[in-house]
Design a protein around this ligand. Structure first.
Ligand SMILES: NC(=O)c1ccc[n+]([C@@H]2O[C@H](COP(=O)([O-])OP(=O)(O)OC[C@H]3O[C@@H](n4cnc5c(N)ncnc54)[C@H](OP(=O)(O)O)[C@@H]3O)[C@@H](O)[C@H]2O)c1
Length: 260
């Protein structure tokens, strides 16, 4: 059954990885898409591709989720145009660096916290009242296995994703008595641009993260997100941890690497 067709889905971080794959998956269900990210050229090309393949209008917006004013203005525009999201996919996020805490780069910490926690909050604060007012909607937050277990040299990224988990739980509690649903999807290792971003463009180092096992593909997560959103109104999946079969915890990954 398709309960997604005709619904309006707002995705942050739709220019790459999980956000991009989710946009494709929602388009295949016939959703109306609103796609945000900072890279305008990527979004414009993607809009073209989706509209050609699915024949549905796609709205794009160059948006930095850290810019609170821009977020508020954009959501006010959506409201004015009657394009109120039925689904908000809070996906924009990143890890930066792998450092012992006492050697960490404060600029990286600030960018992670500003994007993963504060950016998510800005978008949610703007969109959620519109859902509450209509007494319908679904917020899907992209957390991480890093929101359940801390790994060495990743304390600040993990703290930001523990924060997302707390916000997911808090949102769900605060929406008690409404029909607005809240879900966190918490992936393990997924092959996207995530590690390239983490290692500041060092593609060789990024590639090694995904060697010797089959990581998640962004399409795997997208399929799960559409499954979760497609559940009946009275069913709410609150938190899903999704790992590659070769990964059993934040720290344990079975890799088969060539000898030598
Ligand atoms: N890949 C993994 O192993 C993994 C595991 C667990 C959780 N996650 C989470 O999954 C989410 C998606 O990451 P991904 O793996 O798909 O990585 P990705 O390929 O790097 O995609 C990240 C997306 O976020 C956008 N973004 C980054 N900063 C932004 C900002 N300030 N404002 C708006 N958009 C911004 C990027 O677009 P622009 O650069 O164009 O803005 C891009 O579209 C993140 O929250 C990440 O923490 C990933």
């Amino acid at each position: 059954m398709n309960r997604i067709q005709g619904r309006t889905v707002l995705i942050t971080g739709a220019s790459s990885g999980i956000g991009r794959a989710s946009a494709k998956a929602f388009a295949s269900f016939g959703a109306n898409l609103i796609l945000c990210a900072r890279r305008q050229d990527r979004l414009a090309a993607f809009k073209h591709e989706l509209e050609r393949e699915h024949g549905l209008p796609v709205r794009i917006k160059t948006l930095d989720v850290r810019d609170r004013q821009a977020v508020e203005t954009f959501v006010a525009e959506l409201e004015k145009d009657g394009a109120i999201p039925d689904v908000l996919l809070n996906n924009a996020g990143k890890a930066l660096g792998l450092h012992l805490l006492h050697e960490g780069l404060v600029e990286d910490w600030e960018e992670m916290i500003d994007t993963n926690v504060k950016g998510l909050l800005y978008v949610t604060r703007a969109v959620l009242p519109l859902m509450v007012e209509r007494n319908t909607g679904h917020v899907v937050n992209i957390g991480s296995i890093a929101g359940h277990q801390v790994y060495q040299k990743g304390a600040v990224y993990c703290a930001s994703k523990f924060g997302v988990r707390a916000l997911n739980e808090g949102m769900a509690l605060d929406l008690l008595g409404t029909n607005v649903k809240v879900t966190s999807i918490d992936p393990g290792l997924a092959e996207t641009e995530f590690s390239q971003v983490r290692f500041h463009g060092d593609t060789e180092r990024a590639r090694t993260v995904y060697q010797g096992y089959q990581p998640l593909r962004p399409e795997d997560i997208a399929e799960i997100i559409t499954f979760v959103v497609n559940t009946p109104d009275h069913v709410n999946i609150s938190d899903l941890v999704v790992l590659p079969t070769a990964q059993r915890s934040a720290h344990m990954v079975h890799k088969e690497l060539p000898q030598g």
